[in-house]
Design a binder for this molecule. Sequence first.
Ligand code: ATP
Ligand code: PAF
Ligand code: BAL
Length: 282
Amino acid sequence: MVRTRAELGRHIRAWKQAGESVGFVPTMGALHSGHLSLVEKARENATRTVASIFVNPTQFAPGEDFDTYPRNTETDLAKLASVNCDLVYLPSVEEMYPPGNTTNVRVEGLSDLLDGVYRPHFFYGVATVVARLFLHVQPDVTVFGEKDYQQLQIIRRMVRDLGFPVQIIGGETARDADGLAQSSRNLYLAPDDRIAAGALQAALHRASVRLSLGVMPSEVLAEARALVAAAGFGKIDYVSLVDPDTLLDLPDAPLAPGTPARLLGAAWIGKTRLIDNISVAR
Ligand SMILES: Nc1ncnc2c1ncn2[C@@H]1O[C@H](COP(=O)(O)OP(=O)(O)OP(=O)(O)O)[C@@H](O)[C@H]1O
Ligand SMILES: CC(C)(CO)[C@@H](O)C(=O)[O-]
Ligand code: BAL
């Protein structure tokens, strides 16, 4: 485990001089098997793996859960050791944001849709910290989860636009037995809410099937929202059918065969905001 960019750099340089490749998985900790599956995917695609644990202050808005975000470093380190992660980077805020720095990365457009409407500045904080982490770790390959689909697309765009020499791999969403996407914030769910929470994935799955049968998107999306509400969710931020690359809404017409499409949803249950998404094949 290393805490500074300088210590990290010594490991990375030694590996690269020995002809090894570096796979990288950035996280905010409170690790679950979804995170570990990303580390395993990185191991399949590089000879060395690095994970970072950093609860990034710049992606939390005032009033969001930065102070209470779960922090379990000892348990996290044991979990990463169990999947043979070679090195864990645990930087301080000062290491990631040296005092006086004023440089940020904004992936405009993609960051302002969907989650960006409800969490303004969120993706600017994500892009900024991920760009900084890439400069510290200098990975050849990096793995991001499809659970955070919009984030994955924003990182892909940032890498393309800035020419970072890194390959981005998407990792499949790890789910509990009832389909709920694993998420560190699931720890916040009260027992009754946890039982109801699986309805978000179930509604998206049903919607995906109906869209693939050619049902009108407006009808399908209305039913999905109604199912989520009936299961006990409160505010539904969005359930949207979008182009998987641009994340722009698709027109309200039956999907033509071969049209790429993705369904994304975000809704509150109790005090917890859950997101999920699924591909749609026609
Ligand atoms: N269920 C999952 N399956 C696969 N990857 C996941 C899953 N959940 C999160 N990830 C990925 O793990 C990486 C780190 O995510 P993060 O530490 O924010 O965890 P999280 O569970 O998404 O937490 P949060 O509750 O804050 O959304 C991201 O690339 C994210 O997409
Ligand atoms: C990519 C990330 C580690 C940046 O802080 C975070 O947004 C996350 O955990 O998904
Ligand atoms: N999983 C993405 C980080 C966040 O929601 O804050």
